[in-house]
Design a protein around this ligand. Structure first.
Ligand SMILES: [Zn+2]
Ligand SMILES: [Zn+2]
Length: 173
C-alpha cells in the first residue's frame, strides 16, 4: 500500500517519512499506464505549525508508452517531484482538495494518508504527450499496416497520404 501513517506527527510534530514501490501500473479513471518493473517513491511530511503540514516527495519509474508511429510499447523513464500543503481536519473521511484565492491545500482527517493519488498525479503529469521508439522510426504502413521498421512491404506511402484525397472532396471555386 502506498500510504504514510501520520499519527505520531499529528501528536508530536516533526517529520514523518515513508517509501515504497508501486507495482504494475498507475491508473487514472479507465486509463492504465503500465510500468516496466516498479516505480519507487519516497515522501516526507513536515509539521509547519497549527494544523498544517508540508508534503514533499518523488516518484521514479519506467512507463511503457506506445510509439506514436509504430505503436510499439516504448520504455519511457519518468522522475517526478511534488509538493503540497496539507491541513488536518479531524473526522474528515476522505482527502479533499481546497482552493481559495492563493491558498491551495488538501484536507485530511485520518492519520493514515493514502499517497497513491499524489504519486499518480505527479507521475502521469510528468509523462510526455507522445514518444518515439527510436529517432527515425518508420512507423506503420498506412496501406497494409506492416511495421516498416521490420519489413519493406513496398507500398508507396506518399501516394496514399490522407490529405491527398481531400482535394477531390472540395467543390471547385
Ligand atoms: Zn516506433
Ligand atoms: Zn504496406
Amino acid at each position: 500500500m502506498a500510504s504514510i501513517n501520520l499519527a505520531r506527527l499529528l501528536k508530536e510534530g516533526g517529520v514523518a517519512r515513508a517509501s515504497g514501490a508501486v507495482q504494475e501500473a498507475f491508473h487514472v479513471g479507465e486509463e492504465r499506464f503500465p510500468l516496466q518493473g516498479e516505480a519507487l517513491w519516497k515522501v516526507s511530511v513536515s509539521s509547519v505549525g497549527g494544523h498544517e503540514y508540508w508534503l514533499s516527495g518523488e516518484v521514479e519509474g519506467v512507463v511503457l508508452m506506445e510509439c506514436r508511429r509504430c505503436l510499439k510499447p516504448t520504455p519511457t523513464p519518468i522522475h517526478a517531484h511534488f509538493q503540497h500543503m496539507l491541513r488536518y481536519e479531524p473526522g474528515l473521511k476522505e482527502v479533499v482538495f481546497h482552493e481559495e484565492a492563493e491558498d491551495e491545500y488538501y484536507a485530511f482527517g485520518e492519520p493514515d494518508l493514502d499517497l497513491l493519488p499524489f504519486l499518480t498525479e505527479a507521475f502521469v503529469s510528468e509523462m510526455p504527450f507522445t514518444v518515439l521508439c527510436e529517432e527515425g522510426c518508420k512507423g506503420l504502413c498506412p496501406v497494409c499496416g506492416a511495421d516498416r521498421n521490420l519489413v519493406d512491404c513496398g507500398h508507396e506511402v506518399e501516394a496514399h497520404h490522407p490529405l491527398l484525397g481531400l482535394k477531390d472532396l472540395l467543390p471547385e471555386l
